[in-house]
Design a protein around this ligand. Structure first.
Ligand code: SF4
Ligand code: SF4
Length: 521
């Protein structure tokens, strides 16, 4: 039997066809940023000098705290569990101050991002600062953009080998200095430097320097913009913090388009052209290798170097600066509506200019008062509140503390004379850099006396103790309640340890419990 077999043909292409599949990873295309000049570049030089200066020099600043404390102004003293910051000394129990500072830093970042966009990325992020530093070295050795491109594309000659060797050697030296500076924050810098050079430092110091040298060299010299684009989570997070009133680096196509390299010829033909002369000056200075004229992009770190480059071009052409500028989306949209007749036609630059050819008054410009809006007030309010609480906590924190741990096993001991004894570990913290004598006293437990292991004293309800400067002292104390006291008041009774410095009147107390059998034997 014969017949026609019917089946359906589908008009489809495999989405992940092996034939069409593109490689998952694309090779990095090198970027050769040209040196920019202008106010934003100058500001970036300043930020770079200040941030690098702080990082490299801070461990070498001395701060006299007396004979009993280190004289390094900023020190994370892991061995003694202290953090020193000039006149502030933070004990582990006060780590809430550091946590508060971190929260403030986070809120500060939110505040900055919601007002001036990715200013952190463009100016102060360590990746940006070190890439800038590495670029300074690269330009000094290999020349500016065109010379570097020629060198890169040229064959390997003795000159190229020498230049590349010098560049990478300088980069490695900077990377070593960067890793080296980091470990100086964790020990006395001059001593550690001498030990390090003599090969006597702890292995962890060498390992840390090696790790930071490698990351600085690779991230700052080799990976550069890839770190920002592919590795850093901040570009993604910050999208949630930006709104239509946040400042971002913007190409103002409402006055730049239609762009033309031959404006005079176009004018002779009666064609309208915008201010952009398509010179690509903004493109060649961009360290991220993007064209801001394509609009907002995740890669843009808002370093504003394209603003400097374009302003230079506008100056030479005798036109107003600001073809690329910091602008809010609200202002941009308003100006775009003006230039396009609310979207009725493509950009007509004449609509944003007055009769004299100047930018019209109707054009919206950024005003600083636009920074003051509910979101920024909330961030600033939260930031200020935490700051005030931290200052209050710092000014009112205790300089004398007591912590008590009651023995759990045994809970109590009934002595031969019928009295009850509990054991305690009492930790006294003297947070000033001077020795002092304090008294430890028992309170609220009737008939209580104490004896301190290792102290030569008469058993009573008070004992005098000497505390070393800036140190904690641990005491083993046995508290005894005489027979007949506390009977019928329950198995657990309240006991307070009080420590007092009669000289400074510093005092602290710790409430604990005293355990005993239900009925005295
Ligand atoms: S587009 Fe401009 S602001 Fe953005 S990264 Fe490039 S140069 Fe910097
Ligand atoms: S620098 Fe200014 S004029 Fe030149 S291409 Fe960029 S936006 Fe256009």
């Amino acid at each position: 039997m014969s017949g026609t077999v019917e089946f359906e043909r589908h008009d489809a292409q495999p989405v992940n066809s092996a034939r069409l599949r593109r490689p998952l990873y694309a090779a990095r295309r090198k970027i050769f940023p040209k040196r920019a000049s202008g106010p934003f570049r100058t500001f970036k030089w300043l930020v770079m000098a200040v941030t690098l200066g702080i990082y490299y020099l801070t461990p070498w600043i001395r701060w006299d705290r007396g004979p009993h404390a280190p004289d390094q102004a900023v020190l994370v003293d892991i061995a003694n569990r202290r953090f020193y910051f000039f006149f502030i000394e933070i004990w582990p129990q006060e780590f809430f101050l550091v946590a508060g500072l971190l929260v403030m830093a986070g809120l500060g970042l939110f505040l900055v991002t919601s007002t001036v966009g990715r200013a952190w990325c463009g100016y102060a992020c360590p990746q940006t600062v070190w890439v800038d530093l590495f670029l300074v070295v690269e330009r000094a050795i290999e020349g500016d953009r065109n010379a570097r491109i020629r060198l890169d594309q040229g064959p390997w000659t003795a000159r190229k080998l020498a230049l590349r060797s010098a560049k990478h050697a300088t980069w490695v030296a900077i990377a070593v200095a960067t890793g080296g500076a980091w470990i100086f924050y964790f020990a006395d810098a001059p001593t550690l430097l001498a030990d390090f050079a003599a090969g006597k430092a702890a292995p962890v110091a060498y390992a840390t320097v090696a790790l930071l040298t490698a990351t600085t060299y690779v991230f700052g010299g080799l990976m550069r913009e890839q770190v920002c684009t592919y590795m850093c989570p901040w570009p993604r997070i910050q999208a949630a913090m930006l709104d239509e009133h946040s400042l971002t680096v913007t190409y103002n196509d409402w006055r730049g388009e239609p762009r033309s390299r031959h404006a005079k010829r176009a004018a002779a033909q009666g064609l309208e052209t915008g201010d952009c002369v398509d010179c690509n000056a903004c493109v060649v200075v961009c360290p991220m290798g993007i064209d801001i004229r394509d609009g907002q992009q995740l890669e843009c770190i808002t370093c504003a170097l394209c603003i400097d480059a374009c302003d230079g071009v506008m100056d030479r052409l005798g036109r107003e600066r600001g073809l690329i500028s910091y602008a809010t989306l609200v202002d941009y949209n308003a100006n775009m509506a003006l230039a396009t007749g609310n979207g009725a036609h493509p950009v007509r630059p004449s609509l944003v200019r007055d009769g004299a050819g100047r930018i019209a008054d109707a054009v919206a410009h950024f005003r600083p008062k636009k920074l003051f809006r509910p979101r920024t007030f909330i961030y600033f309010g939260g930031w200020s509140l935490i700051g005030l609480l931290l200052v209050y906590g710092l000014l009112t924190r205790d300089r004398l503390e007591i912590n008590v741990l009651r023995d759990r096993n045994p809970q109590y001991v009934v002595l031969s004379d019928g009295s009850i004894r509990n054991g305690y570990t009492v930790k006294l913290l003297n947070k000033i850099p001077e020795q002092r004598s304090v008294t430890v006293a028992l309170a609220e437990l009737p008939g209580a006396t104490m004896s301190v292991v290792g102290l030569d004293h008469v058993e009573g309800d008070t004992v005098a103790v000497t505390l070393e400067p800036d140190r904690a002292r641990s005491l083993k104390i046995y508290v005894r309640q005489a027979r007949g006291h506390g009977d019928g008041q329950g198995r657990t009774q309240r006991l307070v340890f009080r420590v007092t410095d009669p000289a400074s009147l510093d005092a602290a107390a710790y409430v604990t419990s005293f355990e005993r059998p239900e009925t005295n034997r």
